[in-house]
Design a binder for this molecule. Structure first.
Ligand code: NAI
Length: 695
């Protein structure tokens, strides 16, 4: 049973019971309908209280039912709400903790709503590219008024119940510490004989001059919604609560809901929602795998990454010590951290008290002995195997038994790093992205010998520091940078063939990327790629690269940090200005290598960059470096600015259709530098089977 039925005196209590958040799945809906019917037919019952067991009233639709026919099987959420609304006995929703989406829509179908403070009230459907489809857009304005309801529906942001006390949403918000069930029963007894039964649907939404307000909302929301259609649809359906009679409004809401559910943007958002949850699961590391406690942390290296990594620990309340080789480097690193926090305080996003608390958790040292007792140490020194070796041998010597030894390396072989220690089971890669205190992605690199408990601890840690942890196997560049290399290779070939940096960036930014490859390289530093290409030229001389990027670096144009890169920069201004000098250099290079430049359209640019990602992603998937296609999508959505409304490179390829992607790849394979376009066998296989990467 996923809803329990009891009778206390003259009040029936229907308790939704579907952990963790009483999602309104088919079993719960069926049990709730049966319970209401039972209450109706029980002469001893005069009123009905609907309550949630455990940690929520209800979090809404059961996400396990998404994309399954169960969601549409009777009794649907609509039918349940109708049964509640049409009950001949008064119904009281007793709300605590979480009342969201379908949960709030169910509560709005009740005659009365009571709550305790601290309950999160929301209609968050817009975050999945949808709108509330079970009456929420019609009933919420009837109790909160047009303006407030519109804000809640369009933003999806939760509002605490106490802030809504005094509105018609709640008949009573009890004082804190109230025992909800007895209070709700007492309330139900009080209203048991009141007739007619108040119904939200019978209320009117009064808003003088609503058209002007709605027009203002449309303009504002349109400007903020970007490529997503849902926010504007939310405005239109909420508008229907004023302009249409209730039943017509409901019908309109249903229609717009079904339309949105079919849009690629909503599909992409739902994909990302599930992808994030899936990423935290590793098949051979069950959720009950014991984890190691992380009470104290250490970071080696106080450079660009080390400082940001240390901030993550401090933000989560974990004391962290940073180790450097020289006092000067340490002071510089600590000063950068302080400056970062001060900026956040200045922007009003951190209180002075929290700032001091966090700085108080961060200490610096030059002595390994001072970090020996840390439960985890993250190495972020120069990307050089010799330096890593020195550091890991020392860590092996000094760190207490059971400490996790992590490396932030972005390209080096983690198994080799682990071999410098006598405890490879304790070694793992924690690959943060720059700026490490901001970027959501954490690639968790599982070495050949990494212990399951170490991996489970890293996954738990990623949640604690509010990162999206994605597990990657060991390979050059792991998931993200290995794919990025193919993307950049194409970007550079495009320059040789006829495009210019500003055209490539504009095309891919129009597709939705936060930043095109050339602006991104200028931000990250062009010398990093140069260094990697030099290493590759020795390790894998057979791989062809465009020399254009090397020519750029030979001029010392490393990007923003040197004031010049693919673009020109002006002092104190991060804006990229097209560079005549660079563009001349690119055109000259084409001549030098005997390539006749041609006009390249935006569609080709986007195809070549995005399919290069998907094709390499397929190889990564096939090799087992990534556990699932959606993990690869998560890496790109959270670490590389891939447009959220396109769902990630693998999901996007699925949307285009793998046979179409394969056709395009084969076409490029027969062109210039066709060797870069060897189709991934997995892509060929899935295309043949008529399947996508994501199933
Ligand atoms: P960085 O050059 O800014 O900082 C390295 C720091 O390590 C310097 O402060 C240096 O004094 C210190 N250091 C060097 N040898 C040391 C030793 N033996 N003991 C203690 N400290 C030592 O380098 P960055 O950019 O922070 O990179 C660090 C690591 O993070 C590298 O492995 C890099 O590949 C990786 N990484 C870098 C990213 C980036 O965008 N910069 C992104 C993700 C990973």
């Amino acid at each position: 049973m996923s809803a329990d039925y009891t009778v206390q005196g003259s009040v029936a209590v229907v308790t939704l019971n579907n952990p963790p958040v009483n999602g309104l799945g088919l079993e719960t809906r069926t049990a709730a309908v049966n319970a209401i019917r039972q209450a109706e037919s029980d002469d001893a019952v005069k009123a009905i209280v609907i309550l949630g067991a455990g940690k929520a009233f209800s979090g809404g639709a059961d996400i396990r039912e998404f994309n399954s026919p169960k969601a549409l099987t009777e009794p649907t959420l609509h039918s349940l709400i109708r049964v509640v609304e049409n009950s001949s006995k008064p119904t009281v929703a007793a709300i605590h903790a979480v009342c969201m989406g379908g949960g709030l829509e169910l509560a709005l179908g009740c005659n009365y709503r009571v709550a305790i403070p601290g309950a999160q009230i929301a209609l968050p459907e817009v975050k999945l590219g949808l709108l509330p489809g079970a009456g929420g857009t019609q009933r919420l304005p009837r109790v909160l008024g047009l303006e407030m309801a519109l804000n809640m529906v369009v933003s999806g942001t939760p509002v605490p119940s106490e802030k809504l006390a005094g509105t018609a949403l709640f008949d009573e918000v009890f004082p804190a510490e109230t025992d909800l069930l007895p209070a709700a029963i007492a309330f139900a007894e009080k209203v048991a004989d009141v007739r007619p039964l108040p119904k939200v649907r019978d209320r009117k939404v009064d808003y003088p001059n609503h058209e002007a307000f709605l027009q203002f909302s449309r303009n504002t929301v349109k400007a903020m919604a970007g490529p997503f259609p849902a926010p504007l649809e939310c405005v239109e359906t909420v508008a229907a609560s004023v302009t249409k009679p209730f039943e017509e409004g409901l019908k309109f809401e249903r229609e717009r809901f079904l339309h949105l559910a079919q849009t690629p943007e909503s599909k992409a958002l739902r994909h990302a929602f599930f992808a994030e949850r899936a990423a935290s699961k590793v098949p051979d590391v069950p959720s009950d795998t014991p984890v190691r406690g992380i009470e104290r942390a250490a970071v080696v290296g106080a450079g660009t990454m080390g400082g940001g990594i240390a901030m993550n620990f401090a933000n989560a309340g974990i004391p962290v010590s940073i180790l450097e080789t020289k006092q000067e480097a340490l002071d510089k690193g600590l000063a950068t951290i302080r400056k970062n926090y001060e900026n956040t305080v200045r922007k009003g996003k951190l209180t002075q008290e929290k700032f001091e608390q966090r700085m108080g958790l961060i200490t610096g040292t030059l002595a390994y002995e001072d970090i020996a007792q840390a439960d985890i140490v993250v190495e972020a020194v120069f990307e050089d195997m010799g330096v890593k070796e020195q550091v890991f041998r020392k860590l092996d010597e000094v760190m207490k038994q059971g400490a996790i030894l992590a490396s932030n390396t972005s390209t080096l072989d983690l198994d080799c790093i682990a071999s410098f220690t006598k405890r490879p089971q304790d070694v793992i890669g924690l690959h943060f992205f720059s700026p490490a205190n901001v970027m959501k992605l954490l690639e968790i690199v599982r070495g050949k010998e990494t212990g399951k408990d170490v991996l489970a601890t890293a996954l738990a840690l990623s949640r604690k520091i509010k990162k999206t942890g994605v597990v990657s196997g060991v390979c050059d560049g792991f998931i993200g940078n290995r794919m990025l290399e193919q993307y950049l290779r194409q970007a550079f070939f495009l320059l040789e063939e006829g495009a210019l940096p500003e055209q490539v960036d504009a095309a891919i930014e129009k597709f939705g990327f936060a930043m095109g490859p050339f602006r991104m390289s200028d931000l990250a530093g062009n010398d990093i790629g140069w260094y990697i290409r030099k290493r590759r030229a020795i390790e894998s001389p057979e791989i062809a690269y465009s020399k254009t990027a090397d020519l750029l670096c030979e001029q010392g144009r490393f990007g923003q940090k040197t004031g010049a890169g693919w673009y020109d920069y002006k002092a104190g201004d991060r804006k990229a200005y097209a560079s005549e000098l660079v563009n001349d250099m690119i055109e000259r290079h084409s001549r030098d290598i005997g390539v006749e430049r041609r006009a390249i359209d935006d569609a080709e640019i986007v195809e070549r960059l995005v399919y290069a990602l998907a094709n390499e992603g397929a190889k990564i998937l096939e090799e087992g470096i990534a556990l699932r296609a959606s993990d690869i999508d998560m890496v790109y959505l959270t670490g590389y600015g891939f447009p959220l409304h396109r769902g990630g490179p693998m999901f996007y390829a699925d949307t285009v259709g793998l046979p179409n992607v394969l056709d395009a790849i084969r076409k490029y394979a027969s062109g210039r530098h066709g060797e870069a376009w060897k189709p991934a066998p997995l892509l060929e296989q899935r295309a043949l089977e008529g399947k996508g990467f994501n199933g």
